[in-house]
Design a protein around this ligand. Structure first.
Ligand SMILES: [Zn+2]
Length: 119
């Protein structure tokens, strides 16, 4: 069963003329619930859709108030997400320590990954 959000997403994506299998994409999005974090790379791994098309699709949903964009820091030492979420680039502190491996992440801005929260 799909949440309301993705019922709204369907016509938006159909209109967008993106080069993706819209039905498979919507079906996958249906697994997400409100306040879930959506990782474009996870969608890419599952659906094998071009990552740029995924970002375009998620941006459309974001522009229409279905998702909210955030930045999360990816740790280059242990290759895991740190669980630190930021709304804008300006919110990212100069110093971040990874909660997983306790290493300092140098230049955290360079390791910021765009992710989305389901609204
Ligand atoms: Zn780490």
């Amino acid at each position: 069963m799909h949440s309301n959000i993705f019922v709204k997403a369907l016509p938006l994506l159909k209109e967008s003329k993106l080069n993706i299998d819209i039905d498979a994409f919507i079906d996958f999005l249906g697994h997400y619930k409100q306040n879930d974090w959506m990782y474009p790379t996870a969608i890419h791994r599952r659906l094998k859709i071009d990552i740029r098309e995924i970002y375009k699709a998620l941006e459309i949903l974001s522009d229409n108030g279905l998702l909210e964009q955030y930045l999360e820091i990816y740790c280059p030492n242990c290759k895991r997400y740190t669980g630190d979420f930021f709304k804008t680039i300006g919110d990212i502190p100069k110093e971040i320590y990874c909660e997983n491996c306790d290493e300092e992440i140098l230049n955290p801005l360079e390791h910021a990954v765009v992710i989305y929260k389901v609204l």
